[in-house]
Ligand binder design. Structure first.
Ligand SMILES: FC(F)c1nnc(N2CCN(c3ncnc4sc(CC(F)(F)F)cc34)CC2)s1
Length: 487
């Protein structure tokens, strides 16, 4: 069983970050399971007291980093309250070793029906059990996490959190073979709570990452709650102590090996390290590479965010050629999915890259006199074509269109910035049409080891591989030469 043990209670009242990290270490290193409700409450109290406007906390100079006084009584009250809510609402059939769908649905209903009627679901700081117990508000992730914490209270240690890049659900039963929705997703969508995760068309959407979700252990569920800590004070400021606590806890989890199979948590740590790097720790760039390796090793390279974490890093550090490559690799992931209306989040990500970030780079690169401009680099042109082609292929075979005229202008503007002699150096090789749901078209690749050769000579593409349903590279370059001819 998990639990709030004497060794943990001895740490209270907690006055500084080091002691919070010690509490998490105690919980993570003890043989029994880490107690999800205890750790979520502690993280939530700290986050909410340091990011709420009402926090007029004067920092005691002696502590040099001031935390709200975390006294044992406050935490114990909330901890017991959660136990009582769950145990009173769900009678447990102790004969059963594994949870049933009915049990999981019942716990989800208890959480669901105790939430405030209507509130702004996307607000920050609604992810923890502190938010649930003090304000009866949870965001989409918070509901899923609370269900898993509730099942832990009831002794069902087979119920675990399953995470895609924009949704959360649970797995349960013998070797976690059952799945169940326990929370909502997005706006205005009927929730599917209690149902198993779609085998149908939704399973080809990015939202369910082609059935390659991060299936958490208890320790990875602690990593999820730590990753979900939100240090933002407002839209452009972070509470220093909260982000420092998050960074320390992520390093603790990293050192204990609990981030190995959790690319987004590694990416979160990379972002924090870029802002303020820790002595003696690997460079943030290495972390972004580790997140990519994790996705390739454990999730068949079906996750997009590891590449957009890395692309964002290169972009912020003006490493534009590298950014183009990361974004092209992100596009190689999305091309094998079918776009569905549940995929808005990743659509917005690609839209921002295509219509904000890349045009911004082209503006800088074509105004400056840098001899080393990317506009002279054929590999940059190749990365961009692969990036756009992946989005075209994402659209192919999808019920919902991706591209619209708003994409075309920035796209043609970008391509037309590369001179014909640079473009001609990109030789596009197409392998045979891939079997399976998505055919190859336009620019071809085989699972991310692209065979782009920077050789002279016209682009080669045989007829049978050309798919007329959407812009091929000829069409794109024709459009761009059209633009060139009539600027
Ligand atoms: F690609 C970069 F630009 C990104 N920067 N921040 C990104 N985030 C921030 C962190 N984040 C996450 N970080 C850790 N774990 C999870 S589980 C999850 C889905 C849901 F919220 F459970 F529904 C999201 C998520 C979502 C992706 S991607």
């Amino acid at each position: 069983m998990a639990g709030f043990r004497a060794t943990d209670k001895a740490l209270f009242p907690i006055k500084n970050i080091k002691t919070v990290v010690q509490l998490f270490r105690n919980q993570l290193e003890h043989s029994q399971e880490p107690d999800l409700s205890l750790l979520s409450i502690v993280a939530g109290v700290i986050e909410n007291s340091l990011t709420s406007r009402s926090n007029l906390q004067i920092c005691e100079p002696v502590e040099h980093n001031c935390l709200p006084n975390l006294d044992l009584e406050t935490i114990t009250l909330m901890y017991s309250k959660f136990q009582t809510i769950i145990k009173n609402a769900v009678e447990v059939n102790k004969q059963r070793k594994y949870a049933t769908r009915e049990l999981v649905k019942k716990v989800s209903d208890v959480i669901w029906n105790s939430l405030t009627r209507s509130y702004y679901k996307d607000r920050a700081h609604l992810q923890s059990l502190y938010s649930y117990l003090s304000g009866s508000k949870l965001d989409c992730f918070g509901v899923a996490f609370a269900v898993v914490a509730g099942c832990q209270v009831l002794g069902y240690n087979d119920v675990h959190l399953a995470l895609s890049e924009d949704h959360a659900w649970v797995v349960f039963g013998e070797n976690g073979s059952e799945t169940a929705e326990v929370t909502w997703h997005g706006k205005g969508n009927e929730d599917k709570r209690g149902q198993e995760i779609g085998k149908g068309v939704s399973s080809r959407s990015w939202l369910y990452v082609n059935n390659k979700p991060v299936v958490c252990t208890r320790h990875m569920e602690v990593a999820a709650l730590v990753s979900a800590i939100n240090p933002s004070l407002n839209s452009n400021q972070d509470a220093y102590e909260v982000s420092e606590l998050q960074q320390e806890l992520l390093w603790l989890l990293y050192d204990l090996g609990h981030l190995k199979k959790y690319p987004m948590a590694i990416g979160n740590l990379g972002d924090l390290e870029e802002i303020s790097s820790r002595e003696g720790r690997v460079e943030c760039r290495v972390l972004f590479e580790e997140a990519i390796k994790s996705s390739r090793s454990y999730y068949n390279n079906q996750h997009v965010y590891p590449y957009t974490y890395q692309g964002g890093y290169f972009y912020r550090n003006k490493m534009y050629k590298e950014a183009f490559e990361s974004w092209a690799n992100a596009s190689d992931v999305i091309r094998l999915y079918n776009y569905s209306r549940d995929d808005e989040e990743i659509y917005k990500e690609f839209l921002e890259i295509a219509n904000e970030l890349i045009p911004h780079i082209m503006k800088i690169e074509s105004s400056g006199f840098s001899a080393n401009t990317i506009l002279k680099k054929p590999e940059c042109f190749a990365h961009l074509l692969r990036f756009y082609d992946g989005i075209c292929q994402w659209e192919e075979g999808s019920a919902t269109p991706v591209l619209h005229i708003g994409w075309a202008k920035p796209l043609v503007n970008t391509i037309s910035k590369f001179d014909a002699d640079v473009r001609a150096q990109v030789n596009i090789l197409c392998d045979t049409v891939q079997d399976g749901a998505k055919k190859n078209a336009g620019i071809c690749n085989n699972n991310n080891n692209n065979n782009y050769e920077k050789e002279n000579g016209a682009q080669t593409e045989t007829k049978d591989e050309k798919d007329t349903n959407f812009p091929t590279i000829e069409a794109l370059t024709a459009a761009c030469s059209e633009k060139l001819l009539n600027p």
